[in-house]
Ligand binder design. Structure first.
Ligand code: CA
Length: 421
Protein backbone atom coordinates (compact mmCIF):
# COMPACT_ATOMS: atom_id res chain seq x y z
CA UNK A 1 0.00 0.00 0.00
CA UNK A 2 1.12 3.56 -0.68
CA UNK A 3 -0.64 6.57 0.80
CA UNK A 4 0.54 9.87 -0.65
CA UNK A 5 1.40 12.28 2.20
CA UNK A 6 -1.25 14.91 2.79
CA UNK A 7 1.17 17.82 2.46
CA UNK A 8 2.71 16.75 -0.85
CA UNK A 9 2.20 19.15 -3.75
CA UNK A 10 2.68 18.85 -7.47
CA UNK A 11 4.52 21.12 -9.88
CA UNK A 12 1.31 20.95 -11.94
CA UNK A 13 -1.19 23.52 -10.73
CA UNK A 14 -4.14 21.87 -9.03
CA UNK A 15 -7.14 24.22 -8.63
CA UNK A 16 -8.98 24.23 -5.30
CA UNK A 17 -11.79 21.70 -5.33
CA UNK A 18 -10.15 19.60 -8.04
CA UNK A 19 -10.94 15.88 -8.05
CA UNK A 20 -7.34 15.13 -8.95
CA UNK A 21 -4.67 16.34 -6.51
CA UNK A 22 -1.38 14.44 -6.35
CA UNK A 23 -2.92 12.35 -3.54
CA UNK A 24 -5.33 10.75 -6.04
CA UNK A 25 -3.45 9.54 -9.16
CA UNK A 26 -6.28 7.50 -10.70
CA UNK A 27 -5.86 5.49 -13.89
CA UNK A 28 -7.56 5.76 -17.27
CA UNK A 29 -7.11 5.32 -21.02
CA UNK A 30 -7.24 8.16 -23.55
CA UNK A 31 -6.52 9.26 -27.07
CA UNK A 32 -6.20 12.60 -28.85
CA UNK A 33 -7.12 13.76 -32.34
CA UNK A 34 -3.47 14.17 -33.23
CA UNK A 35 -2.58 10.74 -31.83
CA UNK A 36 -5.63 8.46 -32.05
CA UNK A 37 -3.96 5.36 -30.62
CA UNK A 38 -4.97 4.64 -27.02
CA UNK A 39 -2.51 5.17 -24.15
CA UNK A 40 -2.86 4.77 -20.42
CA UNK A 41 -2.91 7.92 -18.34
CA UNK A 42 -3.46 9.51 -14.98
CA UNK A 43 -5.05 12.82 -14.02
CA UNK A 44 -3.61 15.77 -12.15
CA UNK A 45 -5.55 19.02 -11.70
CA UNK A 46 -7.11 19.84 -15.07
CA UNK A 47 -4.63 17.71 -17.01
CA UNK A 48 -4.32 14.20 -18.34
CA UNK A 49 -0.82 12.76 -18.05
CA UNK A 50 0.30 10.53 -20.94
CA UNK A 51 2.09 7.69 -19.14
CA UNK A 52 3.26 6.19 -22.45
CA UNK A 53 5.36 9.29 -23.12
CA UNK A 54 6.81 9.21 -19.60
CA UNK A 55 7.71 5.58 -20.30
CA UNK A 56 9.37 6.58 -23.61
CA UNK A 57 11.43 9.04 -21.57
CA UNK A 58 12.72 6.02 -19.60
CA UNK A 59 11.19 7.29 -16.40
CA UNK A 60 9.71 3.92 -15.44
CA UNK A 61 12.67 1.73 -16.45
CA UNK A 62 13.30 0.48 -12.91
CA UNK A 63 9.83 -1.05 -12.79
CA UNK A 64 10.38 -3.38 -15.73
CA UNK A 65 6.92 -2.83 -17.25
CA UNK A 66 6.61 -4.01 -20.88
CA UNK A 67 6.11 -1.11 -23.36
CA UNK A 68 2.81 -2.64 -24.62
CA UNK A 69 1.22 -2.01 -21.23
CA UNK A 70 1.47 1.75 -21.76
CA UNK A 71 -0.09 1.62 -25.23
CA UNK A 72 -2.88 -0.84 -24.44
CA UNK A 73 -6.50 0.07 -25.12
CA UNK A 74 -7.45 -0.82 -21.54
CA UNK A 75 -5.90 -0.96 -18.08
CA UNK A 76 -6.16 -4.77 -18.05
CA UNK A 77 -2.48 -5.44 -18.91
CA UNK A 78 -1.40 -2.96 -16.22
CA UNK A 79 -3.74 -4.44 -13.62
CA UNK A 80 -2.51 -7.96 -14.51
CA UNK A 81 0.98 -7.04 -13.27
CA UNK A 82 -0.33 -7.30 -9.72
CA UNK A 83 -0.64 -5.05 -6.69
CA UNK A 84 3.09 -4.77 -5.93
CA UNK A 85 4.00 -3.47 -9.40
CA UNK A 86 0.96 -1.23 -9.50
CA UNK A 87 1.76 0.28 -6.11
CA UNK A 88 5.36 0.93 -7.16
CA UNK A 89 4.14 2.40 -10.46
CA UNK A 90 1.73 4.79 -8.76
CA UNK A 91 4.42 5.78 -6.25
CA UNK A 92 6.82 6.57 -9.10
CA UNK A 93 4.17 8.69 -10.86
CA UNK A 94 3.67 10.66 -7.64
CA UNK A 95 7.44 11.15 -7.43
CA UNK A 96 7.59 12.46 -11.02
CA UNK A 97 4.71 14.87 -10.50
CA UNK A 98 5.80 16.14 -7.11
CA UNK A 99 7.50 19.51 -6.66
CA UNK A 100 10.85 17.75 -6.26
CA UNK A 101 10.79 16.95 -9.95
CA UNK A 102 9.99 20.43 -11.17
CA UNK A 103 12.51 20.07 -14.01
CA UNK A 104 9.97 17.86 -15.82
CA UNK A 105 7.81 20.98 -16.20
CA UNK A 106 9.98 22.11 -19.10
CA UNK A 107 9.10 19.04 -21.11
CA UNK A 108 5.51 18.88 -19.94
CA UNK A 109 4.10 19.83 -23.35
CA UNK A 110 5.10 16.27 -24.38
CA UNK A 111 2.92 14.50 -21.88
CA UNK A 112 0.38 16.90 -20.28
CA UNK A 113 -2.90 17.41 -22.10
CA UNK A 114 -5.71 19.74 -20.99
CA UNK A 115 -8.53 17.40 -19.99
CA UNK A 116 -11.08 18.96 -22.33
CA UNK A 117 -8.79 18.29 -25.32
CA UNK A 118 -8.63 14.50 -24.96
CA UNK A 119 -11.09 11.69 -25.48
CA UNK A 120 -11.32 9.36 -22.51
CA UNK A 121 -12.01 5.70 -23.35
CA UNK A 122 -13.61 2.90 -21.35
CA UNK A 123 -10.80 2.21 -18.86
CA UNK A 124 -11.20 -1.55 -18.61
CA UNK A 125 -11.98 -4.38 -20.96
CA UNK A 126 -14.87 -5.83 -18.99
CA UNK A 127 -15.06 -9.61 -19.04
CA UNK A 128 -17.92 -10.16 -16.66
CA UNK A 129 -20.22 -7.77 -14.91
CA UNK A 130 -21.99 -8.48 -11.63
CA UNK A 131 -24.55 -6.15 -10.08
CA UNK A 132 -25.27 -6.32 -6.37
CA UNK A 133 -28.26 -4.97 -4.45
CA UNK A 134 -26.45 -3.95 -1.30
CA UNK A 135 -28.03 -0.72 -0.08
CA UNK A 136 -30.62 -1.53 2.56
CA UNK A 137 -32.41 1.78 2.08
CA UNK A 138 -32.77 1.10 -1.65
CA UNK A 139 -33.95 -2.49 -1.15
CA UNK A 140 -36.40 -1.32 1.52
CA UNK A 141 -37.76 1.50 -0.67
CA UNK A 142 -38.29 -0.84 -3.61
CA UNK A 143 -39.81 -3.53 -1.37
CA UNK A 144 -42.15 -0.95 0.17
CA UNK A 145 -43.32 0.33 -3.21
CA UNK A 146 -43.78 -3.01 -4.93
CA UNK A 147 -44.56 -5.51 -2.20
CA UNK A 148 -45.35 -4.98 1.46
CA UNK A 149 -44.14 -2.05 3.59
CA UNK A 150 -44.17 -4.32 6.65
CA UNK A 151 -41.96 -6.92 4.99
CA UNK A 152 -40.05 -4.70 2.62
CA UNK A 153 -36.86 -6.77 2.77
CA UNK A 154 -37.10 -10.34 1.47
CA UNK A 155 -36.06 -13.03 4.01
CA UNK A 156 -32.65 -13.61 2.39
CA UNK A 157 -31.62 -9.94 2.20
CA UNK A 158 -29.75 -9.61 5.50
CA UNK A 159 -28.03 -12.98 5.03
CA UNK A 160 -26.78 -12.74 1.43
CA UNK A 161 -25.30 -9.85 -0.56
CA UNK A 162 -27.95 -10.35 -3.26
CA UNK A 163 -26.67 -9.96 -6.81
CA UNK A 164 -27.11 -11.08 -10.41
CA UNK A 165 -24.89 -11.52 -13.45
CA UNK A 166 -25.27 -8.54 -15.76
CA UNK A 167 -24.13 -7.73 -19.28
CA UNK A 168 -20.54 -6.62 -19.98
CA UNK A 169 -20.94 -5.70 -23.69
CA UNK A 170 -23.11 -2.66 -23.03
CA UNK A 171 -20.88 -1.00 -20.41
CA UNK A 172 -19.87 2.30 -21.98
CA UNK A 173 -17.67 5.21 -20.98
CA UNK A 174 -19.01 8.51 -19.69
CA UNK A 175 -19.94 10.93 -22.46
CA UNK A 176 -21.55 8.40 -24.80
CA UNK A 177 -25.24 9.06 -25.56
CA UNK A 178 -27.72 6.28 -24.94
CA UNK A 179 -30.77 5.56 -27.05
CA UNK A 180 -34.05 5.09 -25.24
CA UNK A 181 -34.58 1.34 -25.26
CA UNK A 182 -37.72 -0.45 -26.44
CA UNK A 183 -39.18 -3.57 -24.95
CA UNK A 184 -42.16 -5.49 -23.74
CA UNK A 185 -44.25 -4.09 -20.91
CA UNK A 186 -47.55 -4.89 -19.27
CA UNK A 187 -49.64 -1.71 -18.90
CA UNK A 188 -51.66 -1.32 -15.73
CA UNK A 189 -55.04 -3.12 -15.90
CA UNK A 190 -54.26 -4.48 -19.39
CA UNK A 191 -54.67 -8.17 -20.16
CA UNK A 192 -51.88 -8.42 -22.74
CA UNK A 193 -48.38 -6.94 -22.97
CA UNK A 194 -47.35 -4.30 -25.49
CA UNK A 195 -44.08 -3.46 -27.25
CA UNK A 196 -42.64 0.05 -27.44
CA UNK A 197 -40.19 2.61 -26.02
CA UNK A 198 -39.76 2.45 -22.24
CA UNK A 199 -41.81 5.09 -20.44
CA UNK A 200 -39.85 4.61 -17.22
CA UNK A 201 -36.21 5.13 -18.05
CA UNK A 202 -34.23 5.49 -14.83
CA UNK A 203 -30.68 5.89 -13.57
CA UNK A 204 -29.13 3.96 -10.70
CA UNK A 205 -26.43 5.72 -8.70
CA UNK A 206 -23.76 3.09 -8.06
CA UNK A 207 -20.05 2.60 -7.48
CA UNK A 208 -18.26 -0.20 -9.31
CA UNK A 209 -15.10 -2.01 -8.30
CA UNK A 210 -12.72 -3.50 -10.82
CA UNK A 211 -10.99 -6.86 -10.31
CA UNK A 212 -7.21 -6.59 -10.58
CA UNK A 213 -6.18 -10.18 -9.92
CA UNK A 214 -7.72 -13.41 -11.22
CA UNK A 215 -8.62 -16.63 -9.42
CA UNK A 216 -8.89 -20.19 -10.71
CA UNK A 217 -12.14 -22.10 -10.80
CA UNK A 218 -12.73 -23.55 -7.34
CA UNK A 219 -10.81 -20.81 -5.53
CA UNK A 220 -12.52 -18.68 -2.94
CA UNK A 221 -11.61 -15.18 -1.73
CA UNK A 222 -12.02 -14.43 1.97
CA UNK A 223 -13.19 -11.05 3.25
CA UNK A 224 -9.67 -10.57 4.62
CA UNK A 225 -8.05 -11.11 1.20
CA UNK A 226 -10.68 -9.35 -0.88
CA UNK A 227 -8.96 -5.98 -1.10
CA UNK A 228 -5.92 -7.59 -2.74
CA UNK A 229 -8.18 -8.47 -5.67
CA UNK A 230 -9.71 -5.01 -6.09
CA UNK A 231 -7.78 -2.59 -8.31
CA UNK A 232 -10.01 0.39 -7.67
CA UNK A 233 -13.40 2.06 -7.88
CA UNK A 234 -15.33 4.03 -10.42
CA UNK A 235 -18.65 5.90 -10.64
CA UNK A 236 -21.30 3.83 -12.34
CA UNK A 237 -24.78 4.55 -13.69
CA UNK A 238 -26.64 1.29 -14.13
CA UNK A 239 -29.42 2.49 -16.45
CA UNK A 240 -32.73 0.72 -15.96
CA UNK A 241 -36.07 0.57 -17.76
CA UNK A 242 -38.48 0.10 -14.88
CA UNK A 243 -41.55 -0.92 -16.90
CA UNK A 244 -39.62 -3.57 -18.86
CA UNK A 245 -37.95 -4.74 -15.64
CA UNK A 246 -41.24 -5.04 -13.74
CA UNK A 247 -42.85 -7.30 -16.36
CA UNK A 248 -39.83 -9.54 -17.04
CA UNK A 249 -38.04 -10.02 -13.73
CA UNK A 250 -40.04 -12.90 -12.23
CA UNK A 251 -38.74 -15.61 -11.82
CA UNK A 252 -35.14 -15.24 -13.07
CA UNK A 253 -34.39 -11.59 -12.33
CA UNK A 254 -33.45 -8.56 -14.44
CA UNK A 255 -32.77 -9.00 -18.15
CA UNK A 256 -33.57 -6.48 -20.94
CA UNK A 257 -34.66 -3.80 -18.49
CA UNK A 258 -31.04 -3.63 -17.33
CA UNK A 259 -28.69 -4.70 -20.10
CA UNK A 260 -29.07 -1.92 -22.70
CA UNK A 261 -26.42 0.38 -21.15
CA UNK A 262 -24.38 1.09 -18.05
CA UNK A 263 -22.26 4.24 -17.95
CA UNK A 264 -18.84 4.07 -16.29
CA UNK A 265 -16.62 7.03 -15.39
CA UNK A 266 -13.27 7.01 -17.22
CA UNK A 267 -11.19 7.06 -14.02
CA UNK A 268 -10.41 4.15 -11.71
CA UNK A 269 -9.46 5.48 -8.27
CA UNK A 270 -7.21 3.05 -6.40
CA UNK A 271 -8.04 1.65 -2.97
CA UNK A 272 -4.74 3.17 -1.77
CA UNK A 273 -6.02 6.66 -2.62
CA UNK A 274 -9.22 5.91 -0.70
CA UNK A 275 -7.46 4.53 2.38
CA UNK A 276 -7.83 7.74 4.48
CA UNK A 277 -11.60 7.68 3.91
CA UNK A 278 -12.43 4.29 5.39
CA UNK A 279 -15.38 4.28 7.78
CA UNK A 280 -17.28 1.71 9.76
CA UNK A 281 -20.25 0.18 7.95
CA UNK A 282 -23.77 -0.20 9.33
CA UNK A 283 -24.12 -2.81 12.05
CA UNK A 284 -25.28 -6.11 10.61
CA UNK A 285 -28.11 -7.64 12.56
CA UNK A 286 -28.74 -10.60 12.52
CA UNK A 287 -25.07 -11.67 12.50
CA UNK A 288 -23.88 -12.95 9.14
CA UNK A 289 -22.43 -16.39 8.45
CA UNK A 290 -18.70 -16.77 9.28
CA UNK A 291 -17.55 -16.52 5.63
CA UNK A 292 -19.17 -13.05 5.46
CA UNK A 293 -17.72 -11.76 8.71
CA UNK A 294 -14.88 -9.27 8.44
CA UNK A 295 -12.45 -7.22 10.48
CA UNK A 296 -11.74 -3.51 10.34
CA UNK A 297 -13.55 -0.69 8.54
CA UNK A 298 -14.61 -1.73 5.06
CA UNK A 299 -16.92 1.11 4.05
CA UNK A 300 -15.76 4.36 2.46
CA UNK A 301 -17.03 7.89 3.02
CA UNK A 302 -17.67 9.00 -0.58
CA UNK A 303 -20.14 11.82 -1.22
CA UNK A 304 -22.17 11.11 -4.32
CA UNK A 305 -24.52 13.28 -6.29
CA UNK A 306 -26.75 13.08 -9.34
CA UNK A 307 -27.71 16.04 -11.50
CA UNK A 308 -30.22 16.13 -14.34
CA UNK A 309 -29.63 18.67 -17.11
CA UNK A 310 -32.51 19.28 -19.49
CA UNK A 311 -32.16 19.84 -23.24
CA UNK A 312 -32.50 23.60 -22.59
CA UNK A 313 -29.55 23.55 -20.17
CA UNK A 314 -31.46 23.78 -16.88
CA UNK A 315 -29.80 21.77 -14.16
CA UNK A 316 -31.03 20.28 -10.92
CA UNK A 317 -29.29 18.10 -8.35
CA UNK A 318 -31.83 15.37 -7.58
CA UNK A 319 -29.79 13.19 -5.23
CA UNK A 320 -27.01 13.53 -2.66
CA UNK A 321 -26.00 10.17 -1.26
CA UNK A 322 -22.95 8.45 0.17
CA UNK A 323 -21.16 5.15 -0.44
CA UNK A 324 -20.82 4.74 3.35
CA UNK A 325 -24.47 3.71 3.56
CA UNK A 326 -23.81 0.32 1.94
CA UNK A 327 -25.05 -2.50 4.19
CA UNK A 328 -22.84 -5.06 2.43
CA UNK A 329 -19.26 -3.97 1.76
CA UNK A 330 -17.09 -4.90 -1.23
CA UNK A 331 -15.10 -7.50 0.73
CA UNK A 332 -18.32 -9.30 1.64
CA UNK A 333 -19.59 -9.05 -1.93
CA UNK A 334 -16.42 -10.61 -3.31
CA UNK A 335 -16.30 -13.30 -0.62
CA UNK A 336 -19.89 -14.20 -1.38
CA UNK A 337 -19.33 -14.08 -5.16
CA UNK A 338 -16.52 -16.64 -4.95
CA UNK A 339 -17.67 -18.80 -2.02
CA UNK A 340 -18.96 -21.41 -4.48
CA UNK A 341 -15.66 -21.45 -6.40
CA UNK A 342 -16.78 -19.02 -9.13
CA UNK A 343 -13.58 -17.63 -10.67
CA UNK A 344 -12.96 -13.93 -11.33
CA UNK A 345 -10.80 -12.35 -14.02
CA UNK A 346 -8.84 -9.13 -14.35
CA UNK A 347 -11.21 -6.46 -15.65
CA UNK A 348 -14.38 -7.94 -14.19
CA UNK A 349 -16.67 -5.24 -12.83
CA UNK A 350 -18.84 -5.55 -9.73
CA UNK A 351 -21.33 -2.78 -9.07
CA UNK A 352 -22.76 -1.95 -5.68
CA UNK A 353 -26.40 -1.65 -6.56
CA UNK A 354 -28.26 1.64 -6.21
CA UNK A 355 -26.87 3.64 -3.30
CA UNK A 356 -29.70 5.25 -1.38
CA UNK A 357 -29.36 6.98 1.96
CA UNK A 358 -31.92 7.11 4.76
CA UNK A 359 -33.45 10.51 3.88
CA UNK A 360 -35.50 11.59 0.86
CA UNK A 361 -32.99 13.61 -1.13
CA UNK A 362 -30.46 10.80 -0.78
CA UNK A 363 -32.32 8.25 -2.90
CA UNK A 364 -30.26 6.95 -5.82
CA UNK A 365 -32.91 6.39 -8.51
CA UNK A 366 -35.86 8.30 -9.98
CA UNK A 367 -38.09 5.38 -9.01
CA UNK A 368 -37.44 6.25 -5.37
CA UNK A 369 -36.98 10.04 -5.73
CA UNK A 370 -40.36 10.46 -7.44
CA UNK A 371 -41.75 7.53 -5.41
CA UNK A 372 -43.15 5.49 -8.31
CA UNK A 373 -44.28 8.66 -10.08
CA UNK A 374 -46.34 10.01 -7.17
CA UNK A 375 -43.88 12.81 -6.22
CA UNK A 376 -42.59 14.29 -9.48
CA UNK A 377 -39.41 16.39 -9.37
CA UNK A 378 -39.92 20.03 -10.39
CA UNK A 379 -37.26 21.17 -12.84
CA UNK A 380 -36.12 24.83 -13.04
CA UNK A 381 -37.67 25.18 -16.52
CA UNK A 382 -41.15 24.36 -15.16
CA UNK A 383 -41.29 20.80 -16.45
CA UNK A 384 -41.46 17.83 -14.12
CA UNK A 385 -39.69 14.49 -14.01
CA UNK A 386 -41.00 11.15 -12.86
CA UNK A 387 -38.39 9.39 -14.96
CA UNK A 388 -35.76 10.49 -17.49
CA UNK A 389 -36.87 12.24 -20.70
CA UNK A 390 -35.22 12.22 -24.13
CA UNK A 391 -32.74 15.09 -24.23
CA UNK A 392 -31.93 14.83 -20.51
CA UNK A 393 -28.32 14.44 -19.43
CA UNK A 394 -27.67 12.57 -16.19
CA UNK A 395 -24.40 13.45 -14.47
CA UNK A 396 -23.04 11.52 -11.48
CA UNK A 397 -20.12 12.83 -9.46
CA UNK A 398 -18.38 11.67 -6.32
CA UNK A 399 -15.62 12.76 -3.98
CA UNK A 400 -14.11 12.14 -0.56
CA UNK A 401 -12.98 14.99 1.67
CA UNK A 402 -11.04 15.02 4.93
CA UNK A 403 -8.46 17.27 6.59
CA UNK A 404 -8.37 19.55 3.56
CA UNK A 405 -7.74 16.68 1.16
CA UNK A 406 -10.21 15.94 -1.60
CA UNK A 407 -10.13 12.86 -3.82
CA UNK A 408 -12.66 12.81 -6.66
CA UNK A 409 -13.89 10.36 -9.25
CA UNK A 410 -14.55 12.64 -12.24
CA UNK A 411 -17.99 12.01 -13.63
CA UNK A 412 -20.25 9.39 -15.18
CA UNK A 413 -22.41 11.36 -17.58
CA UNK A 414 -24.71 10.37 -20.41
CA UNK A 415 -27.41 12.00 -22.49
CA UNK A 416 -30.56 10.10 -23.35
CA UNK A 417 -31.52 10.39 -27.01
CA UNK A 418 -34.62 9.06 -28.78
CA UNK A 419 -35.13 5.44 -29.82
CA UNK A 420 -32.66 4.39 -32.54
CA UNK A 421 -34.42 4.22 -35.91
CA1 CA B 1 -28.18 -1.90 -10.55
Amino acid sequence: MYIVPNHLESWVEVPAGSDFPIQNIPFGVFKTTSNPSPRICTAIGDYVVDLAILSDMSLFDDLDIAPDVFRADSLNPLMSLGKDVNTAFRKRIVELLSKDNEELKEQSWHFLHPMEKVEMLLPVKVGDYTDFYSSMEHARNVGTMFRDPNNALLPNWKHIPVGYHGRASSIIVSGQDIHRPCGQTMPLNADAPVYGPTARLDFELEMAFVIGQHTELGDTISTGEAENYIFGLSLFNDWSARDIQKWEYVPLGPFLGKNFASTMAPWIVTLDALEPFRVKGPEQDPPVLPYLQYEGDKNYNIHLSVEIETESGDKKVVCESNFKYMYWNMAQQLAHHTVNGCNVNVGDVCASGTISGPEPGSFGSMLEIAWKGTKPVQMPDGTERKFIHDGDTVRMTGHCEKDGMRIGFGEATAKVIPVKK
